[in-house]
Design a protein around this ligand. Structure first.
Ligand code: PHE
Length: 490
């Protein structure tokens, strides 16, 4: 509408003098007219000058001057045409405000000469201030200089700013109608090239950013671990059940029912369904037996073992729950040596801080064979971690209810210049393995570590909440390296 009106008008007229009047005459919205002028100007269909106007109101003082005349005019009028008058006399004659302002403004305007005596320096003056104020009252436009002086004397106040265009004329690309530019090199466009205007190529424009999926650092490090396990001949365990019974998570692992980890402060128990439906009864009986009174060379815990406690459902606190299920399944058939691994999520009811989350990932390796020793465990760990670039290991005796002996694993971190704990390990106890039905000479060595810790070291992240959970910085995920090789070089 506005565009047609403007281009159409300029076809028969030299210029649009004022965009505001033009909009009013053509019944158009001035904002729209302005936008069209701006756009047509950019494509050089037209030329235009920016027009800015300010609207003012008179202040109370300004209104008084407009009605009665300015103080300097009254001051001048009080001075006789010939001769002089004393300041004292003037002060007596005039209103104090008029005397005050007039005695400053009249000499400034060189209307009077002032000492003890005051005399006129010109015969006649015009009260310009009054005139200008009246013009403003009538809505007329005044020059910037005048407006500035009136503003300075606080006689007027800004009420509205207006902008528009003046002198809107044809530009070098003027046409009565805007041509749409062809943008694509289609077959049709090329065939009609003579009739078309092509949009110029902007060879400096940046291309669209290439969008694609990005692997989260945890997934990248998980892949590295998985590859190492696979290269070493390990099979992956099925870890697709976050909900587990206390039986498989604790009891099968010979963890006493009074153990603090089984408290709701450390473990998330399920409200519904709160109990597991099914457990292998004959095996449960052997587990109860070993807890209460021992066997297989053990004295047990000498405590009552409650089935209700074992039935309680929870979010698994470690992937060793999966290992216990796997070993039980393995014990059912004729024995074959096995190497298993898993990498999946576990849950602990912990206070969340920079290095702890209530859910994280565990990496676990399990080797079972006849006659394995602690030396085998150390050897496997050495092999496993050196494939990650961590060959400088140390072991520290530790305690787990289900392993004996147990060892914490430390690695020297060249970047951090200190020994950092990287995992926990041990040989599963006979009290765990024998009730499952594994042959007596079968030993199982195992170790576990978190996925988050090495990932934080590799990707230089010191707050676990930036790595996992709702505070993850997607920009970081997009920008971090495709992979990291070796933990020591990080
Ligand atoms: N389950 C242990 C943990 O949660 C790790 C571990 C696995 C320890 C296997 C010994 C053997 O820390």
């Amino acid at each position: 509408m506005a565009e047609e009106a403007i281009l159409g008008f300029l076809q028969n007229n030299d210029e649009i003098a004022h965009s505001g009047y033009f909009a009013a005459e053509h019944n158009l919205d001035h904002e729209e007219v302005k936008n069209v002028i701006k756009s047509l100007q950019a494509f050089r269909y037209i030329e235009a000058k920016v027009l800015k106007r300010e609207f003012f109101d008179l202040t109370d003082e300004g209104k008084k001057y407009a009605a009665e005349g300015s103080p300097e005019f009254h001051f001048f009028s009080a001075v006789p045409e010939e001769g002089t008058i004393s300041m004292d006399d003037l002060q007596r004659m005039l209103d104090p405000f008029v005397f005050d302002v007039g005695s400053k403004q009249a000499p400034k305007k060189k209307w009077v000469a002032m000492g003890q005596q005051v005399s006129r320096t010109v015969q006649h003056v015009e009260d310009k201030v009054k005139e200008m104020l009246l013009q403003i009252q009538q809505g007329l436009e005044l020059d910037q200089e005048t407006l500035k002086s009136l503003k300075y004397r606080k006689l007027i106040i800004l009420t509205e700013k207006w902008s528009g265009y003046s002198e809107v004329k044809k530009g070098p690309n003027y046409a009565p109608k805007r041509r749409s530019l062809a943008t694509d090199l289609t077959r049709e466009n090329l065939q009609n090239w003579q009739e078309l205007d092509f949009k110029e190529y902007n060879v400096n424009a940046k291309g669209q950013p290439v969008d694609s999926g990005h692997l989260h650092p945890l997934l990248k490090v998980r892949k590295q671990f998985k590859d190492i396990f696979c290269q070493m001949g390990f099979e992956e365990m099925p870890t697709n059940n976050f909900v587990e019974s206390s039986f498989w998570n604790f009891d099968a692992l010979f963890q006493p029912q009074q153990h603090p980890a089984r408290d709701s402060h450390d473990t998330f128990f399920l409200k519904a369904p709160s109990m597991t439906r099914e457990l292998p009864e004959d095996y449960v009986a052997r587990v109860k037996q070993v807890h209460e009174s021992g066997g297989y060379g053990s004295r047990g815990y000498n405590c009552e073992w409650k089935r209700e406690e074992a039935n309680k459902n929870l979010l698994r606190t470690h992937t060793t729950a999966v290992s216990s299920r796997m070993l039980y399944a393995l014990a059912k058939g004729p024995f074959t040596p096995k190497k298993y691994f898993s990498i999946d999520r576990v849950f602990r009811n912990e206070a969340v801080d920079k290095t702890h989350l209530a859910e994280f990932h565990q990496i676990e390796g399990v080797v079972c064979d006849r006659g394995l020793t602690l030396g085998d465990l150390i050897g496997v760990l050495q092999e496993f971690f050196s494939r990650l670039g961590m060959s400088n290991l140390r072991f520290k005796p530790a305690y787990n209810p289900y392993t004996e002996p147990s060892m914490e694993i430390f690695s020297y971190h060249a970047g951090l210049e200190k020994w950092v704990e990287i995992g926990n390990s041990g040989m599963f106890r006979p009290e765990m393995l024998q009730p499952m039905g594994l042959p007596e000479d079968v030993r199982v060595i195992a170790w576990g570590l978190s996925l988050e810790r090495p990932t934080m070291i590799l990707y230089k992240c010191d707050n676990i909440r930036e790595l996992f959970g709702h505070k993850v910085d997607l920009k970081k995920v997009k920008e971090n390296p495709i992979c990291r090789i070796g933990i020591e070089s990080a």
